[in-house]
Design a protein around this ligand. Sequence first.
Ligand code: AMP
Length: 281
Amino acid sequence: MRIITSIEEMEREVAQHREAKSSIGFVPTMGYLHEGHLTLIHTARKENDIVIASIFVNPLQFGPNEDFDSYPRDFERDEQLARNNGVDILFYPNVNDMYKPDFSFQIKVIDKVDVLCGKKREGHFDGVATVLIKLFNITRPNRVYFGMKDAQQVAIVTSVIEDFNFPIELVPVSTVREEDGLAKSSRNVYLTEQERQEAPNLYYGLKMARSLIEDGERNPNIIRNKVIEHIANHTSGEIDYVEVLSYPELKEQKEVFGKIIIAVAVKFTKARLIDNITFVV
Ligand code: AMP
């Protein structure tokens, strides 16, 4: 596995693989790798000649009161995991190279951001889109791999690829969970013991909502309120949102139908957790 920190070196490396007609699969991450990330890497490994993973905690996607400084980081551990799981090139750029002082642009996402994390984390997806446009240009992948744990991100990156004409296929990968159902996340290390016990209730609330729909409930408000009630009764966290929307359009519906997402965000003492399920009604 090669570790590359320089953008220019990365571009040279990629040019060689493109010339050799090797297919490139790219897995962008913020590091502190867990099985969720590794599943993206394994999927990319199966489908491409070359697998590039990046580790970059992107300051642009964190709000002023968010956890950029305390976001967990452990490059040596990540390096081992990447190496042992089939990454060919680990791209680890530094912030000052990615965002030069004279960086002249602001990308603003205007669709699918007035709901869920887009509504609660102003500018978050602008930062995500900006870094991905850069990373896609630097790594020139044939396929990119994103986790459905961040389903709004998948919806928005699909638009980035379409709207900016990237010749890239986006491959969504199902959420990887702990045995008790908690979605794996780098931020789970910041849960207290008690919060860790409570946290699977985000998923249980989502599954309960799905059962309600399977039993015939179609009113999004009733479904939403049941999820809120479940999470409020079973966790000490503060609910940031619970939403029931069409997917991937992310629009409200009067009655749920077609492909939908039920998504939650809950703030615990030191970690804000998100989870969702998508399915066809
Ligand atoms: P992050 O490092 O949190 O930015 O995540 C990098 C990629 O891994 C994103 O595409 C995430 O959606 C994906 N990811 C994070 N957690 C999981 C998980 N539990 N299951 C599947 N994919 C995940």
